[in-house]
Every structure is written in C-alpha cells, then in structure tokens.
Design a protein around this ligand. Structure first.
Ligand SMILES: [Ca+2]
Ligand SMILES: [Ca+2]
Length: 250
C-alpha cells in the first residue's frame, strides 16, 4: 500500500475501530418512565374492591370486624370512613362526590350512597328482593335487581330521585352493569349464553354489542369504548379481552 492508499484507508480504519468500540458496549437504554408508587391503605385488616374517581379512592375495609366503606383523598393524603355500619358494606363505586355500595344493614342487600360534598348518607334501593352490583356515572346509579324474580337492570336518577327499569326480561338474566355518561352496558343471557348488551339513556334505545355464542362477561365502559372478557377463542381455557367502539346517529 502506497502513501496515498494509507491516507485513504486510515479514515476507514478509525471509523471501523470506533464502530467496534460502540458495538461491544451495552446499548444505550432510554430513561424509562417510572410510575410513582404509593400506599393508600396498609391497615392490617383486609381491604379490597378499590376504585377511584378524581382525587378520591374508595374501597371495602374489614378493620372494624365487618366490611365497611373507606376512602382516601389523594390531594390531602387523608383517609376517612364513609360507612361503618356494623353490617357489611361492599362493592363501592364512585363518580365525582357520590359513592355507592352494596349494603346489608337491612339483611337482604341494598344499594346505599354517600354524598362526599354534603357528608350525607342516603338509601338508593332497599327493595326486599335485594339489589346488588351498583355502578354509577354522574347522576345515574345502576344495579342488578331481583324484584321480578330474575336478574334485571334497574337505575336511579339522583337528580330527579326517580327509579326506573332499564332492561327487564322475564326469561333471562341481565347482570354486571357498568355505566359511562348516558350508556349502560351489561351481561345478557337472552340468547342462552353470556352476551354484551347496552342501553342509551338519552335515546331510550337498547342495542346488542356482542352476541358471539361464546361467553362474554364483566363489561366496562368509558366514553364510547366498551371492553369485556371474551372466551370465543377458548378450546380448553383461554380468556381474552375484546372491545367495541360505540357510535350513535345524531
Ligand atoms: Ca359495616
Ligand atoms: Ca356470547
């Protein structure tokens, strides 16, 4: 190799050494986003069924020897009792200032609520058939109701103090309601297997969301998105998550 050849070759040699140096080192990993973890209640009794709305976390708590409803304010870092009646309270749901739950003070499971802004407790449904599984969005509370001898979906408007049947079917069960704004969704057995149906409170229209012949259950809704557990791909056991985007004609 002549001098000219070395001159041309040297930059390539330097570049090759530099490349080799970097490739032998661990790759540079971008700084990960680290979520800030924090305890909310570490009381030695059992806590479960936690859920959150804005700055308020609520859950069912066994520290008093029976199940109560407790809350935690994330903005003030303070814990507070919401209902400590000596019977069992469980399954809390929250929307804004309103907490609702399944309450056993009357011996048959009722729906009670608490207004955090006025510090007042109130009964929502105390039918002796025993409603359960309350969900809430804004002013509307929904639950599973057994007054007709089979599971139906009922609701209560906190603003108008009116109770109404949302969907009843004397031949099949409707269970596990969830609500977001004007749309209620639930698990529906009218087709002989668990499907997902919905109801638009604004238009008073009921509609099917998923009627696949396999099991669909545990629906949740936020805005126009509905999600649920789906077993359509199960040969032995294979639980999947499916979803649907709702759209309504104006
Ligand atoms: Ca209690
Ligand atoms: Ca199905």
């Amino acid at each position: 190799m002549n001098k000219r050849g070395i001159k041309v070759f040297l930059p390539f040699l330097v570049a090759a050494i530099a490349l080799a140096a970097t490739s032998c080192c661990p790759p540079v990993i971008p700084t990960p986003y680290v979520a800030e973890e924090f305890p909310i209640s570490t009381n030695r009794a059992n806590q479960w069924g936690s859920t959150v709305s804005g700055n308020i976390v609520v859950w069912s708590d066994e520290r008093n020897g029976n199940r109560d409803i407790y809350g935690y304010n994330l903005s003030t870092n303070t814990e507070f009792a919401i209902c400590t009646d000596p019977s069992d309270q469980m399954g809390p749901a929250i929307s804004g200032d309103i907490v609702v739950w399944w309450d056993w003070r009357n011996g048959n499971g009722d729906i009670y609520g608490y207004n955090l802004s006025t510090d007042t407790e109130f009964a929502i449904c105390t039918h002796p058939a025993g409603p359960r599984a309350a969900a809430i969005s804004r002013d509307i509370v929904v639950w599973v109701d057994y007054r007709n001898g089979i599971a139906d979906i009922y609701g209560y408007n906190l603003a108008t103090a009116e109770e109404s049947a949302i969907y009843t079917n004397p031949y099949s069960s409707q269970e596990s309601p969830a609500i977001s704004d004007d749309v209620v969704v639930w698990v529906d057995y009218r087709n002989g297997n668990a499907d997902i149906y919905g109801y638009n409170l604004a238009t008073a229209e009921e509609f099917a969301i998923c009627t696949n012949r396999a099991f669909q259950g545990w629906p949740k809704i936020s805005g126009d998105i509905v999600v649920w557990r789906d077993e359509r791909n199960a040969i032995i056991e294979n639980r999947d998550v499916y979803g649907a985007r709702l759209s309504f004609e104006d």
